[in-house]
Design a protein around this ligand. Structure first.
Ligand code: MG
Length: 329
């Protein structure tokens, strides 16, 4: 009979409790929050945050919660040793299995994660953050609410960012609109801009934490690995050692989730600054709202003002100009 242990936040355990509502055993072992039994698995959640999955179906049941919990060290066979695929007593554990070229067990390692925000927003800069999360800080970051930033609203992002910014060593790179437009017009692709920013942010964090070294560096993937390094050709310093790429990396290591939250926090603050400068609320995204806002800005401050507010090569620029012509009649 196999067993898997996950370490989960109170929130996740509450969610599990609700999920297994109809299968609760009604009798809780000492120190437990709940115990439930499916046809192939017994699930026991403890107040300590440990959740034990026992039975032939433990892989499948624990797999449901793989993003909510960190597999407990030592319980998952080779998890934690890079390059070796993890096999538990119950067979291959989904939560510890390598995703792409990412080493097995990376979720429990001390990792620099890197992510960017703003690439699809007409208004505002690109912000890239690399953040270092030591393995012993993973549980506290979970408690502080660090998770996929796509599930969090701005209010929550700000709250979490404020609570982690002094705990987690990180580096923020902001490519402001004027500079963005300048390099874009000189022919640089957004992919290359991102690669340069990620590399700089990672190098800065490596410097900050030295002589300590991360066990891995995980970049939320935006291009193929080979293209990434091609973009960096000619750079004086390139972080290469232990660099891994994965899409949806926020779900693989909390360092990427933390980086994403901090990058979004910086982006939100920058949009606030732009709003102050514009004298009205600047919207995010690239929909019709931003066309309207840009038209308003042109009417108020002239077309030349745009380059310090927006990414000029977006189709929104022409749409805003058309709106201005219409308004001027
Ligand atoms: Mg990303």
């Amino acid at each position: 009979m196999g067993q898997i242990v996950l370490i989960c936040s109170k929130e996740s355990i509450n969610a599990m409790n609700k999920f297994y509502e109809k299968q609760l055993l009604g009798k809780n072992p000492p120190g437990s929050v709940f115990a439930a039994k499916t046809s192939g698995c017994t699930i026991t959640a403890y107040q300590s945050g440990k959740v034990l999955f026992q039975g032939n179906d433990c892989d499948r049941e624990a797999g449901r919660w793989q993003d909510a919990g960190v597999p407990a060290a030592g319980k998952l066979g080779n998890a934690g040793k890079p390059g070796i695929s993890g096999h538990t007593a119950a067979g291959k554990s989904k939560s510890a299995a390598a995703k792409g070229n990412v080493p097995t067990g990376i979720g429990q390692m001390s990792v620099i994660g890197s992510d960017e925000v703003g690439t699809g927003d007409f208004f505002g800069p690109i912000t890239v953050v690399a953040a270092y999360v030591k393995k012993e800080h993973i549980p506290i970051l979970k408690e502080l609410g660090v998770r996929d930033s796509k599930d969090l609203n701005d209010e929550k992002i700000i709250e979490i960012a404020k609570s982690i910014k002094d705990v987690v060593p990180f580096s923020l790179m902001t490519l402001k609109n004027d500079k963005y437009n300048q390099v874009q017009q000189a022919g640089m692709s957004q992919g290359k801009m991102k690669a340069l920013l990620h590399n700089q942010a990672i190098l800065k964090v490596l410097e900050k934490i030295a002589p300590e070294k991360p066990e891995a560096i995980l970049i939320d993937q935006f291009v193929q690995q080979s293209t990434y390094f091609l973009h960096l050709k000619g750079q004086k310093a390139i972080a290469r050692e232990n660099v891994y790429f994965s899409t949806k990396a926020e779900g693989i290591h909390l360092a990427v989730a933390a980086a994403s939250i901090l990058a979004r926090y910086a982006f939100i603050q920058y949009i606030d600054k732009l709003s102050d400068a514009a004298g009205f609320r600047i919207p995010k995204g690239a929909g019709s709202l931003v066309d309207e806002a840009a038209a308003k800005l042109i009417l108020k401050k002239g077309p030349d003002s745009l380059s310090s507010f927006v990414k000029l090569h977006f189709a929104n620029t022409d749409k805003a100009m058309a709106l201005v012509r219409k308004k001027r009649g």
